[in-house]
Design a protein around this ligand. Structure first.
Ligand code: TYD
Length: 224
């Protein structure tokens, strides 16, 4: 069942699915500048205008401890890749326990901007931390709170550079490009491993076209 709510007041129950309540957990993934946050907001607005109860989060952040971790990550402190990884998981553990689980239990459609796939793509494929090790942490932290749908916004380096106005011609640009490509190919590997759940989206497509595709895909998962 999907609960239909207005202003968080429950109005009626729209759907049944073999007697089980439909819980939908949607995640947006992609490199910075790919437009995933915009698409998340558009989806949220469309579902809300259908009076479907949705709730949005972003990683890292969305909880008190998560926001403190964002401050550490944004500070000038030197962090090893391992410390960085573990900080993301402290934030993730809090958001799962405090926000995602209760929202799913409440039968909201949960939309999250980034999830553990970011750690595999950035810290694993990007920074070289052993992916089996990250998966072991996942088993302990994420457990069975696994998304139903993942929209991956795919962007190539040149397009990202144009969007962000990046204009550095030194070795940092080369390093950035290499890192971008490692993370990008990590995401593509993840998408291939679970192609039923992952939707790869060309981030260069028209914003409205992408948004309609995402909306239709979510509606069909909700059976509406
Ligand atoms: P943010 O400013 O929120 O970027 P975005 O809008 O692109 O999500 O910063 C999040 C940054 O943290 C982004 O560069 C991706 C990175 N990140 C990781 O490296 N690992 C993770 O597990 C997560 C959640 C994010």
């Amino acid at each position: 069942m999907v609960k239909i709510k207005a202003n968080h007041e429950e109005l009626c129950i729209l759907k049944t699915n073999g007697g089980n309540q439909v819980k939908l957990f949607v995640v947006f993934e992609g490199l910075d500048g790919s437009g995933k946050s915009t698409q998340q907001q558009l989806l949220n607005a469309k579902l809300k205008s259908d009076k479907i109860s949705t709730i949005s989060f972003r990683e890292p952040g969305s909880t008190m401890i998560g926001n403190q971790i964002v401050e550490i990550l944004q500070s000038d402190q030197k962090l090893s890749p391992l410390s960085e990884l573990l900080l993301f998981y402290v934030s993730r553990s809090a958001i799962i326990e405090e926000k995602i689980k209760p929202a799913l239990d409440n039968h909201d459609v949960v939309i999250c901007d980034r999830y553990f796939y970011s750690s595999i793509a950035y810290q694993g494929y990007g920074r070289g931390i052993d992916i089996n090790f990250i998966n072991e942490i996942n088993d302990k932290v994420v457990k069975n709170i696994i998304p139903d749908l993942i929209f991956y916004m795919d962007i190539n380096w040149d397009e990202k550079k144009n969007r962000k106005g990046i204009n550095v011609k030194d070795r940092f640009e080369k390093e950035d490009r290499i890192f971008h490509n490692k993370v990008r190919s990590g995401y593509k590997t993840l998408a291939k491993e679970d192609s039923n759940k992952w939707q790869i989206i060309d981030a260069e497509e028209d914003i409205n076209k992408i948004s309609s595709f995402i909306y239709e895909t979510v509606k069909s998962k909700l059976n509406i």
